[in-house]
Write a protein that binds this ligand. Structure first.
Ligand SMILES: [Zn+2]
Length: 274
């Protein structure tokens, strides 16, 4: 709840409060009113005012300006066992799992020796087009959603782009799985499909992963979606319908945040009729 919503709620309650309603005595306020947070008694920490965090949370924020105020601490054994069990049941990232490094970049293959099919994941040269010059990545990743021949008889690939963690709102923040890619709703289709010659390699990717630690190479388990109406982004569990949806393609691409600016400028137009 935002501060403004709280103020509105409080004001309304003051307006209708009478001797019988006891609205302002409700226990809810001590859970949501920042000036009156007494629902949970303050716990002694003995850590000189530092904010206690788990080792995982510490790794996430250790490079931030406030890191000096973080005190890494493991939970007591009973609590830790309960956490590990719950994470295991929910297929969440295991407790205290270490970072997974990025697999070696795609080795360049000759595109004309590659058999590209719909459903493949490919690596492309980011400098294949002028509009891509700002990218610093060695290669870009894409899911092939279709293949067609254009009017000049060239083979073109319709693709949904795959993002690396740093291409999302995670940007340069710590993220434990550098071998994870995210399906995007950003496509290059039709006349703006990428030419077959821009493909430098095919990539083995494991889809719909539930235990990231069981995978050595690249994997994809989430979609990084854009909700244009709300000007917001988010990570959602991958759905098989996502492979056929070209949201940005259908609605026309809008400028996105600076994080995604270079990718947002990739053209995305309706598929030309064959
Ligand atoms: Zn498209």
């Amino acid at each position: 709840m935002s501060g403004i919503e709280l103020v509105v709620l409080l004001k309304e309650c003051y307006g209708i409060e009478d001797s019988t309603s006891q609205l302002l005595d409700h226990s809810l306020w001590c859970e949501i009113d920042p000036a009156n947070l007494t629902a949970i008694p303050r716990q002694p920490t003995g850590l000189s005012g530092a904010t206690v965090v788990t080792p995982f949370a510490f790794r996430c924020f250790q490079d931030m300006y406030f890191a000096a105020h973080l005190q890494m601490h493991d939970p007591v054994p009973d609590v830790q066992a309960a956490i590990e069990e719950r994470k295991r049941k929910m297929s969440l990232t295991p407790w205290n799992s270490g970072p997974v490094s990025r697999p070696p970049p795609c080795t360049v293959n000759h595109a004309n020796q590659l058999k590209i099919r719909k459903g493949d994941v490919i690596c492309t040269n980011p400098n294949a087009g002028d509009q891509w010059k700002r990218s610093k990545s060695e290669v870009w990743y894409a899911y092939v959603s279709g293949i067609h021949i254009d009017r000049q008889r060239r083979t073109k690939l319709d693709v949904l782009w795959l993002y690396e963690p740093s291409d999302t709102t995670l940007e340069n923040a710590y993220y434990p799985f550098q071998n994870e890619l995210f399906l995007s709703d950003n496509c290059s289709c039709g006349e703006h499909g990428i030419p077959l010659e821009a493909v430098v390699a095919k990539l083995d990717v494991t889809w719909f992963v539930t235990d990231p630690h069981a995978v050595k190479g690249y994997f994809i388990r989430q979609k990084f979606q854009t909700v244009e109406a709300e000007d917001s982004y988010g990570f959602v569990t991958l759905n098989s319908k996502d492979f056929n949806r070209h949201d940005s393609h259908l609605s026309g691409l809008r400028a996105m945040s600076t994080v995604l600016q270079s990718r947002a400028e990739r053209p995305c137009m309706p598929v030309e009729s064959q």
